[in-house]
Design a protein around this ligand. Structure first.
Ligand code: NAD
Ligand code: TYD
Length: 347
């Protein structure tokens, strides 16, 4: 079986590619990635020589190239992760999100529609986010039946691509599954999202910009648990279904940041309180969603998936990874990153 993973050089995609390449030697895994600022082949250096793995540098918005690759490699299934993924960037530059997340997804769907004949063996699996559901109040959880109500340009672009995936299933019979996952954290996370940005800033003794009052809630899942959930859905998921993925692990940003500061002080042999003193409350993100929390009982009951690590274990693994991989951090924070950082956080 030829499986295409898009965005496989990114944070979650690299863990998905590694899982599929190492667990299924009988499959051939193709990774299409444009290697944007968020894509990094260093994330896959341990498996780059595997017999059942091929990297194809391509942009999913390039229709001609995508059609050529589908014709050449005859992908049986597609696990689609390639996307612009950072909310703050979507506020600055929404068009880039429309291009990759909506038009790029359309190109893949059109290629599948025109090439796949025997529907039974095919699958278009879209990796999406809980942010499509909008924001929760103090109570309740997002279920698979929650209405879409995206608030950020990022969330709107993912909601739109989810709708197109579903529409291609209903209209043209493209077999699809969608999963909507909560916030991921773990190794190889580009240091622009909350946890890796703050780990990097603590190491460098730079300010920790907490948006608004810090009383925003996110539901955090270790990235390898997400990769395992994706593997489970790829093999056991039912065509046409949607699955929510999350860890029942809600944290207010400020509580999470304070925990991170304490662990980092201990790991770096700094006096407790050193990292916390770096916290700066800054102007809030416009349209900032108050709370995300996922009800993942469907995937648990129907497919038997559940997270394998607690948040405390996952956070330790993550921090240890960053402290052991300072060259990776240095590489991804050189060049354009400094300009971005200056624009976003120091203006
Ligand atoms: P990421 O930004 O780390 O990686 C995205 C990858 O896509 C990069 O390797 C990048 O080079 C590639 N890419 C971007 N534009 C491309 C294009 N036009 N053509 C080909 N490749 C392109 O993102 P991530 O955090 O790993 O997220 C992966 C997917 O999972 C996204 O679809 C995202 O919406 C979804 N998701 C993320 C989270 C999260 O917490 N990070 C949670 C739920 C769902
Ligand atoms: P982020 O990691 O960007 O993920 P998302 O916006 O997709 O949930 O942000 C997580 C939370 O942390 C969110 O409430 C915004 C907040 N945040 C900060 O307070 N400061 C920061 O520098 C960043 C990047 C995020």
């Amino acid at each position: 079986m030829n499986i295409l993973v898009t965005g496989g050089a990114g944070f979650i995609g690299s863990h998905v590619v590694r899982k599929l390449v190492t667990s299924y030697p009988e499959y051939h895994i193709y990774n299409i990635d444009a290697l944007t600022y968020a894509g990094n082949l260093e994330n896959l250096s341990d498996i780059e020589g595997a017999q059942n793995y091929t990297f194809l540098k391509a942009d999913i918005t390039d229709i001609a190239t995508i059609n050529r690759l589908f014709t050449t490699y005859k992908f049986d299934k597609v696990v689609h992760l390639a996307a612009e993924s950072h909310v703050d960037r979507s506020i600055e530059e929404p068009l880039a999100f429309i291009k990759t997340n909506i038009l790029g997804t359309m190109n893949l769907l059109n290629a599948c529609k025109s090439i796949w004949q025997d529907d039974k063996k095919h699958l278009f699996y879209h990796i999406s986010t809980d942010e499509v559901y909008g924001s929760l109040g103090n109570d309740g959880l997002f279920t698979e039946n929650t209405s879409y109500s995206p608030n950020s340009p990022y969330a709107a672009s993912k909601a739109s691509s989810d709708h197109f995936v579903r529409a291609y299933g209903e209209t043209y019979g493209v077999p699809y599954i969608i999963s909507n996952c909560s916030n991921n954290y773990g190794p190889n996370h580009f240091p622009e999202k909350l946890i890796p940005l703050f780990i990097n800033n603590i190491i460098e003794k730079k300010p920790l910009p907490v948006y608004g009052d810090g009383n925003y809630t996110r539901d955090w899942l270790y990235v390898i648990d997400h990769a395992y959930a994706i593997d489970t859905i790829l093999h056991k998921g039912v065509i046409g279904e949607t699955y929510n993925i999350g860890g029942f692990n809600e944290w207010k940003n400020i509580d999470l940041v304070k925990l991170l500061c304490t662990i980092m002080d201990d790991k770096l042999s700094r006096k407790r309180g050193t990292s916390e003193s770096l916290i700066e409350y800054v102007k809030d993100r416009p349209g900032h969603d108050k709370r995300y929390a996922i009800d993942s009982s469907k995937i648990n009951k129907e497919l038997g998936w559940k997270p394998s690590v607690t948040f405390e274990e996952g956070l330790m693994l993550t921090i240890d990874w960053y402290l052991a991989n300072t060259t990776w951090l240095k590489n991804v924070t050189s060049g354009d990153y400094q300009a971005y950082y200056t624009k976003m956080y120091q203006s």
